[in-house]
Ligand binder design. Structure first.
Ligand SMILES: *[C@@H]1O[C@H](CO)[C@@H](O)[C@H](O)[C@H]1NC(C)=O
Ligand SMILES: *[C@@H]1O[C@H](CO)[C@@H](O)[C@H](O)[C@H]1NC(C)=O
Length: 369
């Protein structure tokens, strides 16, 4: 009887503990979310990548022809300044190839600048340019806008053309070709009243099974594109991700999609290798600071870039403060905290049980002696 009642009070204590923990995960975790504020006059970065070697983020610039490194504490260093590129061109999407210590950069000249659409590769150690490849257009009248870039496991680069609705491939030596020009990309009608109606294929991310996940801003659709032959299928999802821009694929397979137009970050998962996908969480981002894309630090910590590119593109703004902020799904964190609490509960109960058994054994000993 005494054992039973002390067990009950112990359980009550544990339950109280559990309640306190479960009711505060949001506050506890919000406090530990990593926020980086950095300063660089008129940088207006659109693209970001994590460099695992230097443990820094790399960011491009709307007009400076630079790639800058931003440390975890917000120190900025101009890593690459390529003045041989045409004046005022934009460095958009970035991707780091850690095995060859390269950074790949999608380069585009916003009209009325003379047309220029290219992919550049730079060595991260020497900061020398390895190649600059002009990206071919599909026809003389077609529009080309190099937007985002992703790498396959062999170091080939794939660049989305958000003006022409197709994907280029640039191999390790810098040879460029049109890779995927699937009619599937043009199947969905575009609402011409959208501010971003001319922006089609945008974010691209590689999934290690041999395909890409590619977003389309003006339809809100997501495509699965085979890395070998470029064949595409539209992913059947339970929402239209309007204004979809940057995309990242976490190591556990969760796909993150940012919309600077809606100020949203969506979390998607799939149980059939992206035949279907499901949005299981969405979080609100700061629309004012125009979050264009998301990068993964160490494969699973997601950071959104606040580069205020729309403000920068308006041409009459001076600004030096920008941000890189960690983002998390409360739904996932809630379940992680719950798991920890349950494990804690189990361990405590086991220790309590061992203690009681020890006492019982001692009492038995006493009785026997
Ligand atoms: C580049 O931008 C600067 C500053 O806005 C401007 O003075 C210059 O004329 C521009 N160059 C070109 C080629 O448009
Ligand atoms: C897979 O996910 C879909 C929703 O995307 C769901 O309807 C289906 O039940 C899931 N299947 C399994 C086997 O979990």
């Amino acid at each position: 009887m005494s054992l039973f009642s002390s067990k009950r009070s112990f359980t009550a204590l544990l339950l109280l503990h559990l309640l306190v923990h479960v009711s505060t995960p949001a506050t506890v975790l919000a406090a530990s979310r990593h926020v980086i504020d950095f300063r660089s006059p008129n940088l207006f970065p659109e693209g970001i990548a994590w460099d695992p070697t230097s443990q820094r983020f790399l960011v491009g610039s709307l007009h400076h022809r630079t790639i800058s490194a931003v440390s975890r504490s917000g120190e900025v260093q101009t890593l690459i300044s390529d003045t041989s590129l045409p004046e005022n061109v934009s460095i958009f999407g970035l991707a780091v190839d850690p095995s060859s210590h390269r950074v790949l950069a999608a380069i585009y000249a916003i009209p009325p600048l003379p047309p220029f659409t290219a992919l550049a590769a730079y060595d991260l150690r020497s900061v020398n340019r390895l190649f600059l490849s002009l990206l071919p257009s599909s026809s003389p009248s077609a529009t080309s806008v190099a937007n985002d870039v992703a790498l396959d496991s062999n170091g080939n680069a794939y660049v989305t053309n958000s003006g022409g609705n197709f994907i280029w491939k640039v191999n390790k030596e810098g040879s460029a070709s049109i890779f995927s020009d699937s009619p599937i990309f043009s199947e969905i009608a575009v609402d011409p009243t959208l501010v971003y109606s001319s922006c089609s294929l945008n974010g691209i991310a590689y999934v290690s099974d041999g395909y890409f996940i590619v977003g389309q801003s003006n339809t809100g659709k997501i495509y699965k594109v085979d890395a070998e032959d470029g064949t595409a299928t539209r992913v059947d999802i339970n929402a239209d991700l309007m204004g979809a821009d940057g995309i990242a694929v976490r190591e556990d397979g969760v796909v993150l999609v940012v919309s600077p137009e809606l100020g949203k970050l969506w979390f998607l998962k799939s149980n059939d290798s992206w035949g279907h996908g499901e949005v299981f969480d969405e979080i609100a981002l700061d629309l004012e600071r125009f979050p264009t894309t998301v990068a993964l630090r160490e494969k699973d910590r997601a950071y959104v870039l606040y580069g205020r590119v729309r403000e920068g593109a308006s041409g009459n703004s001076e600004r030096e403060n920008f941000g890189i902020e960690e983002v998390r799904s409360e739904k996932e964190n809630g379940s992680v905290v719950y798991l920890y609490v349950m494990i804690g509960f189990g361990v405590a109960y086991f220790l309590y049980w061992r203690f009681q058994m020890g006492r019982l054994a001692k009492n038995m000993d006493k009785k026997i002696n």
